[in-house]
Design a protein around this ligand. Structure first.
Ligand code: P1T
Length: 387
């Protein structure tokens, strides 16, 4: 039956059934590190030790796999832990193509941690498929796409890049954090692995850190599971419960995020204090057509703007909003605002920031699910402030 169910229904039911011991409808928090064995090597159920597997985590992993249309899911203690697990598929001498605009922590992990282990990363503007063709070679083991990108919201053609990577035998991973599986399912477009920072839309309430990977490839799953077991970067059981609870409302949350962001992006585009608005749903976005093709039912809740008046004006805006709180992170029900050059992307080298347009007057908004009129009024009063 499960294969026929729609996204919203799978979000609530996949991976879960009433607890056989008590009938509890909510998946219990199996707050246990270990499981008793009647005789050495024989388990009562499927479990022996919670780093390897735990029933609450298993339910979450199955639920997430279902949402991405994958056979397998694996959960991690953070988004960067999930990213690192994929990088462990590479060995010294392997090369990786990384899209040039990514979360600052992703950039740091590739360039400052895995570079030391002999994995060479090349940055590519993947909105240009010819640039991907020019950069890829037989040494390329992994192609890492983030779309929409953080923070400049470039949109990368997942099917196009995946087709090129397949010709060269490279594994494609898509960081789907900004789009969510409700809007975009990379495995259906040819990617091999999907990655999320669950801290964002999947968690949705700014109260838990986590990451996950999904794949339908059995061999990749086996390798990734081995890394998960060996490195132990697994989420806590309570976090698993919170994420499992949150995916139930992912569809309706994301719909509201999209509706609010779309309305606010259009309004900002007409505002005299704003130089430029980046939002994949706007006709003015350079990859609007790719976004309309591969993101179904909306363009996400993230907006990035260039404010007129340089660093001072950008700082004034982020300090003066009242509902949009100044903080790193995104994807929660509450709206956030931040300054990428000083905050989330401070670890990106200044010359690369300049090349990507992560300028001093760039401000990123995570539009929450409050009433859109209140959010618009909040931005309006902050943009109106002088001096
Ligand atoms: O913070 P963590 O759960 O480890 O997730 C890392 C990560 C991975 N991928 C993307 C696209 C991300 O945006 C992030 C984290 N990003 C922020 C904290 C931020 O404010 O952009």
């Amino acid at each position: 039956m499960e294969g026929e169910l729609r996204f919203e229904t799978r979000a609530i039911h996949a991976g879960q059934s009433p607890d056989p011991a008590t009938g509890a409808i909510a998946t219990p928090i199996y707050q246990t590190s270990t499981f008793v064995q009647p005789t050495p090597g024989q388990f009562i159920g499927e479990y022996d030790y919670s780093r390897a597997a735990n029933p609450t985590r298993t339910a979450l992993e199955a639920n997430l796999a279902s949402l991405e249309g994958a056979r397998f899911g694996l959960c991690y203690s953070s988004g960067v832990a999930a990213t690192g697990a994929v990088l462990h598929l590479c060995s010294a001498g392997d090369e990786v193509l990384l899209c040039d605009d990514v979360y600052g922590g992703t950039n740091r992990l590739f360039h400052r941690v895995f570079a030391q282990l002999g994995v060479k990363t090349t940055l590519v503007d993947m909105t240009d498929l010819d640039a991907v063709r020019a950069a890829i070679s037989s040494k390329t083991k992994l192609v890492w796409i983030e779309t929409p990108t953080n923070p400049t919201l470039k949109v990368i053609d997942i099917a196009g890049v995946s087709a090129i990577a397949r010709e060269h035998g490279a594994t494609v991973t898509v960081d789907n954090t900004f789009a969510t599986p409700y809007l975009q399912r990379p495995l259906e477009l040819g990617a091999d692995i999907v990655c999320h920072s669950m801290t964002k839309y999947i968690g949705g309430h700014s109260d838990a850190i986590g990451g996950c990977l999904m794949t339908s490839d059995e061999e990749l799953m086996r390798k990734l599971k081995f890394v998960q077991l060996s490195e132990g970067a697994v989420p806590g059981i309570q976090e698993c419960f919170l994420f499992l609870r949150s995916t139930k409302t992912l569809a309706i949350r994301v719909e509201r995020h999209c509706a609010n962001a779309s309305q606010i992006a259009k309004w900002l585009e007409g505002h005299k204090a704003i130089e430029r608005v980046l939002y994949p749903g706007l006709a003015s976005h350079p990859q609007h057509e790719v976004a309309a093709r591969q993101m179904r039912g909306g363009f996400g809740g993230m907006i990035t703007v260039y404010v007129k008046g340089g660093l001072d004006a950008a700082k004034r805006l982020v300090e003066r909003t009242r509902l949009f709180q100044l903080a790193e992170s995104l994807g929660g029900v509450e709206s956030l605002i931040e300054h990428p050059a000083i905050m989330t992307h401070a670890s990106v080298p200044p010359e690369q920031r300049a090349k990507l347009g992560i300028a001093d007057h760039l401000v990123r908004l995570s539009v929450g699910i409050e009433h859109v009129d209140d959010l618009t009024r909040d931005l309006d009063q902050a943009l109106a402030s002088r001096g």
